[in-house]
Ligand binder design. Sequence first.
Ligand code: NAD
Ligand code: DAU
Length: 350
Amino acid sequence: MRKLLITGGAGFIGSHVVRRFVRRYPDYQIVNLDKLTYAGNLENLRDVENSPNYRFVRADILDSAFIHSFLRDEQFDGIIHLAAESHVDRSLENPADFALTNIVGTLNLLHAALTAWNGRMEGKRFYHISTDEVYGSLGSTGLFTESSLIDPRSPYSASKAGSDHFVSAYHHSYGLPTLISRCSNNYGPNHFPEKLIPLMIHNILQGKPLPVYGKGENVRDWLYVEDHAAAIDLIFHKGKTSEIYNIGGNNEWKNIDLVRLLCKIMDRKMKRPAGTSDQLITFVKDRLGHDLRYAIDSTKLKSELGWSPSVDFPTGLEKTVDWYFANKEWLDHVTSGAYRAYYDRMYTNR
Ligand code: NAD
Ligand code: DAU
């Protein structure tokens, strides 16, 4: 029996992690703590919400008093921390929110765990989910390794780097048993349609322009979200404390090539002539400080823990597109109301 806290479990990646743990570990007690910001959606977890080993708690990691008393009362064996503000474009609009949630929120959790565990660290684990973006941007060659320079360029990545440093500091200063992983771009079901792949699927379905930033030359390394969840499971159970693990798809795509591929898949699924969706592609003003290229070297995770991605990109993209076709109601719900106002503001003047 183990008692596990997952933060941010109502979000995109968090919901896949919660589902995996709830299904694979019936003898664990799994608590999902989430504030339910615009990005948190309990519809993502409908299929597991009544499981006897699962509980949801709505709370803000910035509420230090609550987080401290909750961790003290619950005495979790492990914490997997995903709660964060996660969208680069939003961080450019409102950097302070990112510093608060991602740095101060993480610090609250770290201190609450330290206090709750009160020196009894045996078997405990504080696992922080970070991102490859903390390494900054690559040129046209090379890969990020775990010892690459930390060189964040956006307010989002700066806030994630800040949280990583606090996690390491809590290990070195107080002996907290920590783990950090840094993953490349995820894609798959339940991805919020402010991010590239679901935004393009949504806009193609709506017949709206497909906003490609700059010339579409930027490169990202895409990994199917369930492969990230599998890596998190492995690192949580088998990773060495104080270590950092990179996770990547070994699957680099220029944005414009990826958007064209999606257009092709969508035209086929919508049974219309090839080239129809391509006409929606619109090159818009570039993202400020837009990182050119991310690419991850996952050798350490592969050789030490035996992980490898199980879903190839063509299969993963087909599954993803099929999920959005089958879940148009989900898409309607998340694109209504306040989100629409943000959406209009972001894209009308580009
Ligand atoms: P997401 O935006 O879909 O979900 C974030 C979740 O955190 C939401 O459910 C939200 O309600 C919750 N949350 C936000 N602020 C909170 C607060 N103050 N208190 C409690 N809950 C709060 O994000 P995601 O894409 O699923 O990313 C999850 C984590 O993985 C993040 O830490 C992110 O930095 C990291 N990551 C994401 C990717 C990616 O490609 N999406 C890649 C690598 C790492
Ligand atoms: O690398 C991991 C990171 O990947 C995570 O830490 C972040 O949480 C996650 O959001 C993601 O960041 P990116 O900025 O790479 O993802 P996004 O989907 O926002 O953008 C992917 C690329 O597509 C990027 O080069 C910007 C471009 N883009 C994005 C949008 C939303 C466009 O050209 N048009 C768009 O409308």
